[in-house]
Design a protein. Structure first.
Lengths: 354, 394
């Protein structure tokens, strides 16, 4: 522990300063959340929305606010939190700045599940009866796919000593799964293909209240797991050998961290599709802003930054004032890519923090 | 160009003599003689194609020239010319042989079910040797031919079985264009020396224009007269219905179309085929004022607000019941048209593998589709009418 502090002392901010940063981020988060409620593809005057909040406006505005914008804003918040924490944990676990929530193949697992549901109809693989479940069927299939991959990775990681081997196997596995999905895409008809492709683009806007509840519970569980693993993450940052030497049960830590990530990422992917770049970019953003590698500070920082970036992406993807919308995945990528490029260009300085 | 029907007569007169070798000079002079005989003075001035925007047929002495215009989405100023010349007749010297199609076409490979419907209507289903997506065919006669192996599956797009097509040795492969010739399989087919004719019927916005493509099939099969009479029946029927509706209705119910993909709703623009049908059926499509050559992605929230005023909801895509719509998005059940049960899908005639006759036979039956939609929107003036392509969601 002490060596972490020593290592990052050069750039560490004072407690006061980081307190101010947290305060600023929180205020910004609240502002963006409200802005997300005010802006959407339908233009509604701010006054009208405020009246709707206090329950005296016309039915339509209320419906839009309570059934479209509020669930979507909450979803954005949860997605940002979950994926950013997952990304942070994976980057620390693999000691690799380019790792992200999907590095273990969770998204390919989820996409395989979804492909079975959506594309399966045209290739006669899935029974007609699933059709009636709509969104829930997609979420369940996605969960099952991600869960299977998670199980596989867990088994491997409990047998293999070197974590890099786990990383390589994760990448291999996801390539293999992608190949299967490609074959299914190849043989499916256009409508199904379109439905699948749109799933891969990610969406925040069609969760029902019950699905949102499931998501809140899972994200809360994942966040609690990540808070439990703060010490392990800090120790792992210095390498598994070091962690072992200070008495950490490395395999158990791996298990906890992978489980937390899988719950977070699996749930988000199930309901919103694979949403890219947030998980890779936000942890770096948090490190840059907070100038620390201590997970006690980084995890709350990542939570705030993740929620912020995702809300911003959602606002942009709605393209306020226009009838059209953009897929949210493209927006997160366009925000995420500059961050990643910045990380690469500043690698030297960045190493210190990482 | 000036005397299309006379030339057609000329074809019939000379049909038996095509094996004889004539010089083109003699042919022209013969047709010149027949021109003077009193044939069809009325139709002589009318262009052969009147509603379709994407093709033209011109009758010139001894052959007809077909131009397919802008055959794929986004194409600009592209005209693909073909010369349809009777088998055995000598080619006029100025014609590029690569652009010649010998008619009647005896063996054809098609890519779209609309092509099949039109060939069937002309009694030429027997000339179909290969098809892309045989399991999506609805027509029973054609399906039987598929089962007997008389129509072979040629595969899809880049997965096209080019060897099989080469072996089938068709006179013509009729494709629909997603992109230009250089993209995908079309260039390859051409390289193999196969005649590839673009059929752009799916790009026609006018329902009658779409049906009019039967005239191209007629020209290819040397059944112009039959194609003309089929089309004029459709045209007459369609216009009769259209004026019946406009005379007898005052309110125009508002219509919502389609189904969202997650939180995006792809909206057919106001200049689309279906928007035209709804307008002619006495309805008002919610997005009738939009114009685009593609479906437009619109946010769910936006569609929802607009859809609150909709009286009817048509073409619900993959949803076959109200409960499926609820499972896709619960919020949609709050729409007035949903509560009233005014939901109709265009898949009454669907085969077991999902082949939908609305797209197949329907392309040649715009008048029947029009009657379906009009009777849905205005049940009072269509009492006792039975739906053919549409069905109500339960």
């Amino acid at each position: 522990m002490s060596s972490i502090k020593q290592q990052s002392q050069v750039t560490q901010l004072s407690a006061n300063k980081s307190g101010a940063i947290f305060g600023g981020l929180t205020i910004l988060l609240i502002l963006l959340f409200i802005l997300d409620l005010f802006l959407g593809s339908v233009t509604i005057r701010p006054g009208e929305i405020i009246r709707a909040i206090f329950n005296n406006s016309d039915e339509t505005t209320r419906t839009i606010l309570t059934q479209f914008r509020l669930p979507k804003a909450i979803t954005a918040l949860l997605v940002g939190i979950a994926l950013s924490i997952s990304g942070l944990q994976m980057q620390t676990l693999f000691r690799n700045p380019m790792a992200g929530p999907y590095v273990l193949g969770l998204s390919s697992g989820a996409s395989l599940g979804v492909a079975f549901v959506i594309l399966g109809f045209s290739s006669d693989l899935s029974p007609e009866s699933i059709r009636g479940f709509g969104n829930w069927a997609i979420a369940a299939a996605s969960w099952a796919g991600a869960g299977l991959v998670m199980l596989f990775i867990m088994i491997i990681s409990s047998r293999i000593k070197n974590i890099m081997t786990v990383l390589i196997l994760g990448i291999m596995l996801s390539s293999a799964i992608s190949a299967i999905v490609s074959i299914m895409q190849y043989f499916s008809n256009e409508t199904m293909l379109k439905a699948y492709i749109i799933w891969t683009m990610g969406s925040l806007g069609n969760l029902t209240a019950s699905q949102l509840n499931v998501m809140i519970v899972s994200v809360a569980a994942g966040v609690i797991l990540s808070l439990i693993s703060v010490k392990m993450l800090n120790a792992l940052l210095l390498g598994e050998n070091y962690a072992r030497s200070i008495g950490l049960d490395v395999k158990r830590s791996r298990f906890l961290i992978i489980a937390g990530t899988s719950i977070l990422t699996g749930t988000i992917t199930a309901f919103c599709g694979p949403i890219g770049f947030i998980g890779i970019a936000v942890p770096h953003l948090a490190r840059i802003i907070l100038r620390t590698s201590d997970h006690k500070i980084l995890i709350p920082g990542t939570i705030l930054a993740g929620a912020l970036v995702m809300l911003l992406s959602d606002i942009i993807s709605q393209m306020p004032g226009s009838d059209n919308t953009l897929p949210v995945n493209s927006v997160t990528a366009l925000i995420g890519i500059p961050v990643v490029i910045w990380v690469i260009l500043h690698d030297q300085r960045h190493r210190d923090i990482f | 160009m000036k005397f299309p029907d006379l030339i057609r007569n000329h074809f019939c007169v000379w049909q038996g003599l095509t094996r004889l070798v004539f010089t083109s000079v003699i042919l022209f002079s013969c047709s010149g003689n027949t021109m003077k005989s009193p044939g069809n003075p009325e139709t002589a001035q009318k262009p052969i194609v009147s509603h379709a925007k994407r093709f033209k047929i011109e009758k010139i002495e001894g052959y007809s020239q077909v131009s397919v215009l802008n055959p794929w989405q986004g194409a600009r100023d592209i005209a693909q010319d073909w010369y349809l010349i009777r088998a055995g007749e000598k080619l006029p010297s100025f014609i590029d042989t690569l652009k010649v199609i010998r008619v009647p076409v005896k063996k054809i490979v098609c890519m779209s079910t609309t092509h099949l419907a039109m060939l069937s209507a002309l009694g030429e289903a027997g000339s179909v040797a290969g098809f892309s997506g045989t399991r999506f065919i609805y027509n029973d006669t054609l399906l039987q031919r598929v089962n007997k192996g008389e129509i072979r599956e040629v595969g899809y797009e880049d997965n096209l079985n080019k060897e099989l097509i080469l072996k089938l040795d068709p006179d013509l492969v009729m494709v629909y264009g997603i992109g230009s010739e250089s993209t995908g399989y079309i260039g390859k087919l051409k390289e193999m020396g196969i005649r590839v004719l673009y059929n752009a019927d799916y790009l026609e916005h006018d329902p009658l224009g779409k049906a009019e493509w039967i005239k191209l099939m007629g020209a290819l099969c040397c059944k112009e007269k039959m194609a003309d009479s089929i089309f004029s029946k459709i045209e007459k029927e369609y216009n009769k219905l259209k004026s019946y509706v406009s005379v007898n209705t005052r309110i125009r119910p508002k219509v919502l179309l389609g189904l969202p993909f997650r939180d995006t709703w792809y909206i057919s623009p106001g200049n689309s085929y279906i928007s035209r049908l709804i307008g002619d059926a006495g309805g008002e499509y919610l997005w009738k004022d939009t114009e685009s050559s593609f479906s437009m992605p619109v946010g769910l929230e936006n569609v929802f607000v607009k859809a609150l005023t909709a009286d009817y909801w048509l073409n619900t895509g993959s949803a076959n019941s109200r409960s499926e719509i609820v499972s896709i998005d619960e919020r949609l059940s709050q729409l007035e048209c949903f509560k009233k049960g005014n939901l109709f899908n265009n898949n009454r005639r669907t085969g077991k593998d999902g082949g939908n006759d609305y797209w197949e036979g329907g392309s040649l039956n715009p008048h029947i589709i029009l009657r379906d939609i009009a009777s849905i929107l205005h049940p009072d003036i269509f009492e006792g009418n039975e739906l053919i392509y549409y069905r109500q969601l339960n």
